[in-house]
Design a protein around this ligand. Structure first.
Ligand SMILES: NC(=O)c1ccc[n+]([C@@H]2O[C@H](COP(=O)([O-])OP(=O)(O)OC[C@H]3O[C@@H](n4cnc5c(N)ncnc54)[C@H](O)[C@@H]3O)[C@@H](O)[C@H]2O)c1
Ligand SMILES: [Zn+2]
Ligand SMILES: [Zn+2]
Length: 393
């Protein structure tokens, strides 16, 4: 089959790789019809490169049609339409039963000291072949795939794999009081969807910051108050003006470690291009190469006693955090990979009757799998108005 594979920094290709086969009696094989490119994929071709191997199949936002099921699978059958969550969770262990699917005890990567395995996501998370491919082997066929109706088009459901539950969790973790104010940092797919969900769930004022013109324009069209800057001092000053000088009740960081505005970390990150992987892997685990610009803006901007919700992915192990400032401001901080299945029952009904979150028009680009390298480059460079790409194998 054809699949998007990792070849190095800023280098993905479409290669022919072996077709996946049923390995366990509860596996299913899904023929992928749509599969998203995510900001998290960009980390893999940048700072997380030391944890990837040449030939790894990328992607964790797939949906498609079940083509084959293992002998113990009863919940889905060939021909069913399913979305595949990005966390590989059994949905029967203790963590899963607590709604913490990203910590699934059946797929936790104990040797690496990391949580549940993820599709298409580094040695730290199980190095499981991903879903930017014609076919995907999906374990836990009775409990992992999300069965969705046969219509309408894929766009309606595909974001259940990641964007919707991630943004939904970010908004829940932000603890926005009724009618309160939230500041969303970053208007990539995740930040954009956070603004829509926050509004839908009753936030009084939704403010967002970014510098990419078409991303700002999209949010503005949805009635979001936008700040066209990512400069900390400017964002903090402007958000205070909008909130009686106090700051927002909640801030969602939808940026993560690729933030603009951390010169030192950016130099360190460039070093990953020239230092051998084995050494860099160690350095990253011990020292961390996070770029904390967005998180620092969140800490400064949030009102005293407010809540910060981190959905942007951070990768360093010992990043300096302004703990005195956080303690003094009495900040509450919640974060983590989205627990996809935890939120499916809340989100799915919104996709069945109408489209209140605007998912049908959410993708800016739908392209054949073969065009993945170009699509990745445009998404990474924010060219050609690329906000969300769906690959269609
Ligand atoms: N927690 C989860 O489960 C989960 C799931 C999916 C994605 N993510 C993470 O969410 C983050 C966003 O993903 P995405 O697909 O939207 O990516 P993206 O790269 O398209 O979006 C990031 C946006 O942030 C903007 N930005 C950069 N620095 C900024 C700053 N200092 N202040 C404000 N905005 C800034 C960029 O211009 C860009 O538009 C990534 O870190 C991704 O890894 C987390
Ligand atoms: Zn994703
Ligand atoms: Zn589990």
């Amino acid at each position: 089959m054809r699949a998007v594979t990792w070849h190095g920094r800023a280098d993905v290709r479409v290669d022919t790789v072996p077709d996946p086969v049923i390995q366990d009696p509860t596996d299913v094989i899904v023929e992928i019809t749509s599969t998203g490119v995510c900001g998290s994929d960009l980390h893999l071709i940048e700072v997380m490169a030391p944890f990837m191997s040449v030939g790894d199949v990328m992607g964790h936002e797939p949906m498609g049609i079940v083509r084959e099921v293992g002998r113990d699978v009863t919940a889905v059958k060939a021909g069913d339409r399913v979305v595949v969550p990005f966390n590989i969770s059994c949905n029967t262990c203790w963590m899963c039963s607590q709604g913490l699917q990203s910590q699934c005890e059946t797929t936790q990567n104990r040797e690496q000291g990391f949580g549940a395995s993820l599709f298409g996501y580094t040695k730290l998370y199980g190095q499981v072949p991903g879903g930017q491919a014609e076919y995907l082997r999906v374990p836990f066929g009775n409990t992992l795939p999300i069965k969705v109706p046969d219509a309408p088009l894929d766009d309606r459901f595909v974001y259940l794999s990641d964007v919707l539950p991630t943004a939904w969790q970010a908004v829940q973790y932000a603890g926005i009081p009724d009618g309160g104010t939230v500041l969303v940092l970053g208007l990539g797919p995740i930040g954009d969807m956070c603004t829509r969900i926050a509004k839908h769930l009753g936030a009084g004022q939704v403010i967002a910051s970014d510098v990419v013109p078409e991303r700002l324009a999209r949010a503005r069209r949805n009635g979001i108050t936008v700040i066209d800057s990512t400069d900390q001092a400017e964002v903090v000053a402007r958000v205070r003006d909008l909130t009686d000088g106090r700051g927002p009740d909640s801030v969602i960081d939808a940026v993560g470690m690729e933030a603009h505005g951390s010169p030192v970390a950016s130099a360190l990150q460039k070093a990953t291009a020239i230092v051998p992987d084995a050494i860099m892997e160690k350095v990253m685990q011990v020292a961390g190469v996070d770029r904390l610009a967005a998180l620092n803006t969140a800490i400064e901007a949030v009102r005293r006693g407010g809540t910060i919700s981190l959905s942007g992915v951070y990768g360093g192990a010992t990043d300096p955090m302004p703990l005195m400032r956080m303690f003094d401001k009495q900040i509450q901080l919640r974060m983590g990979q989205a627990n996809v299945w935890r939120w499916v029952p809340d989100i799915l009904p919104l996709l069945i009757d109408g489209d209140p979150l605007g998912v049908d028009e959410f993708a800016t680009h739908r392209v054949p799998l073969e065009q993945a390298p170009e699509a990745y480059a445009n998404f990474r460079e924010k060219k050609e108005g690329t906000v969300k790409v769906l690959l269609q194998p």
